[in-house]
Design a protein around this ligand. Structure first.
Ligand SMILES: Nc1ncnc2c1ncn2[C@@H]1O[C@H](COP(=O)(O)OP(=O)(O)O)[C@@H](O)[C@H]1O
Ligand SMILES: [Mg+2]
Length: 283
């Protein structure tokens, strides 16, 4: 293990005070906290995003869910103001018994409706207030990640401070994470060399690993395609959001290339562990 202090690691209190509070003005929070708002911003910049299929806003609309998703075989359902992957359903197939998730587990129609009702009442959302439900196209990820992605779509997390991308991490779904790449769901985080876009060291649940826990393929030494474009997209999003310090999540679609998935006004700090490097040393 490397020493935390020496490496300039930013802890949660310092992140809140010196990064989030110091650089992010309240009035711009909605640009990051609402995924719909973030989509609008990205589109206004000419950046790609996963297509929006529907937005469910009221409890009575939950009854219509089957009709709403009728045209789509695969889709993702998420709370507009969610975070950390909480409440997200990655649906890969409709089956007789209901909806099949990325993990292969099936949710019955009844369970799904209950989940949607909870989502609307804010169970998975920032502050626990009422929320709306975003239904969007499931990203078909680039085969470049086939060897190291398991049942879900990887994303690339970039930390941007006032026009500069400080750090990056490739996040990979695992068996535990049910189609999501977020670290606290059990996803794998892989550090990225900023100059080259090549992956370095990896963690799962804060432990260092060399190979993907399910596929057993090496995590290190992989080139992230479109790396320079991604850096550019992330800084554009940071400027347009009005927020000085954000985490940008980018997914790589096999047909459409890099897409903005969402941005975060309070990005997590484990990215430093994955990179074996503190954020302070990059400021
Ligand atoms: N449209 C999508 N297609 C495929 N996977 C998705 C999609 N949206 C989200 N995911 C998966 O869920 C994870 C979390 O999604 P995200 O939109 O970043 O929400 P959160 O704010 O909860 O992190 C992503 O990292 C990805 O693995
Ligand atoms: Mg995210």
């Amino acid at each position: 293990m490397f020493g935390f202090k020496e490496a300039g690691i930013v802890g949660i209190n310092k992140r809140n005070l010196d990064f989030v509070l110091a650089h992010n003005r309240r009035k711009f929070y909605p640009n990051a906290d609402s995924k719909l708002k973030t989509k609008e911003i990205a589109l206004s910049l000419g950046l790609n995003v996963p297509d929006l299929f529907a937005n469910i806003r009221y409890q009575y609309e939950v009854k219509q869910f089957e009709d709403i998703v009728q045209p789509y075989d695969k889709f993702v359902v998420k709370p507009d103001r969610g975070s950390g992957g909480d409440g997200i359903l990655v649906i890969i197939e409709k089956v007789m018994a209901g909806y099949k998730k990325a993990s292969g587990n099936i949710m019955s129609r009844q369970e799904t409706r209950y989940h949607l009702q909870n989502m609307l009442s804010g169970m998975y959302s920032l502050g626990g207030h009422d929320d709306t439900i975003v239904i969007e196209r499931m990203v078909e990820f680039d085969p470049i990640f086939d060897e190291i992605a398991y049942q879900g779509v990887p994303d690339i997390r970039l930390i941007v401070l006032e026009g500069k991308v400080l750090m990056g991490m490739l996040r990979l779904p695992s068996k535990a994470s049910d189609g999501k790449a977020n670290l606290h769901t059990g996803g794998v985080g892989v550090g990225i060399d900023m100059d080259t876009g090549i992956t370095t060291t990896a963690i799962q649940r804060n432990r260092y690993i060399d190979v993907h826990p399910e596929t057993n393929k090496p995590l290190t030494g992989r080139q992230i395609p479109y790396w320079k474009d991604m850096l550019d997209m992330a800084t554009k999003m940071q400027k347009a959001s009005g927020l000085g310090y954000i985490g940008v999540d980018i997914v790589l679609d096999k047909n459409k290339g890099p897409m903005i998935l969402e941005i975060n006004a309070r990005p997590g700090i484990s990215i430093q562990i994955a990179n074996q490097c503190g954020l302070l040393s990059r400021v």
